[in-house]
Design a protein around this ligand. Structure first.
Ligand code: URA
Ligand code: SF4
Length: 247
């Protein structure tokens, strides 16, 4: 048994409709010229994964390998991300992986505010389709979108309610360091393993919230996937939305 079961969004319904909606968004992204990054990209990188997942990872933007292949997190940072995910017993095709900007900033520079503004409607639509229980932010730019005004050094390994206007209408936003930062620092790498170990607990917390009264989009009961009910949080209506994950 894995730490929290495979993160499947059983309550969410029609997998074929979701797949089609995500493919439609991806088609638009591949043809997009809404910002200057269109001029320098080789391939746009819409994102990929299981249309029925409960967990969406959001990075910053494609790097060189991603730009060459048109797929997210397939370079060195991606290898580490997959390794981190695998410590939970999950595979990359069981979650959804995408980025704040879908085209590579030249030379891996930071994305500009107007590029982010042009691109985030695609992310919003992806999240509206996926309706994840947890959005995992990878690094500063993703964190800034879901948890504005915070500092990564202070909030990594913690979750708060995602702003619904991001498209994640009923989700927790869990902050991780960017895997590229973990490649540059053994301390950040060590911390990243600790932080990802808290994700199953955050997922269980998110599931509990979503099955509560008023979790409008997900009326069906979720399957009990945890073999040990004592480890599941059962928060009341006044449960805090901010908590520190167990290391
Ligand atoms: N870094 C990112 O932020 N996203 C990718 O897809 C690859 C590397
Ligand atoms: Fe379009 Fe986003 Fe690519 Fe800019 S980064 S061209 S907005 S898909």
């Amino acid at each position: 048994m894995t730490l929290a079961g495979i993160p499947t969004n059983e309550a969410a319904g029609n997998a074929d409709a979701r797949r089609a909606a995500l493919e439609q968004i991806a088609t638009e992204v591949r043809a997009c010229t809404r910002c200057r990054l269109a001029q320098t990209r080789t391939h746009a990188v819409p994102g990929e994964g299981n249309p029925d997942t409960e967990v969406v990872f959001v990075g910053e933007g494609p790097g060189q390998t991603e730009d060459q292949q048109g797929r997210p997190f397939v370079g060195r940072a991606g290898d580490l991300l997959v390794k981190l995910i695998s410590t939970l017993g999950w595979r990359r095709n069981e979650v959804f992986i995408t980025n704040i900007v879908k085209c590579r900033p030249p030379g891996n520079r930071d994305p500009e505010p107007d590029e982010i503004a042009a691109c985030v409607p695609y992310l919003r639509r992806q999240l509206e389709v996926l309706d994840p229980a947890v959005v995992v932010t990878l690094g500063r730019f993703s964190m800034a979108h879901f948890r504005p005004g915070e500092r990564i050094t202070q909030i990594h390994g913690t979750a708060v309610t995602a702003p619904p206007e991001t498209g994640a209408r009923d989700a927790l936003a869990y902050a991780l360091y960017h895997p590229a930062a973990a490649l540059r620092s053994t301390e950040v790498e060590r911390q990243s393993y600790d932080d990802i170990a808290g994700l199953p607990r955050v997922l269980r917390e998110a599931r509990s919230r979503r099955t509560g009264v008023g979790a409008g989009a997900s009326p069906a009961p979720l399957p009990a996937t945890d073999p040990d009910p004592d480890t599941i949080d059962e928060p009341g209506d006044d449960a805090p939305t901010l908590f520190q994950a167990e290391a």
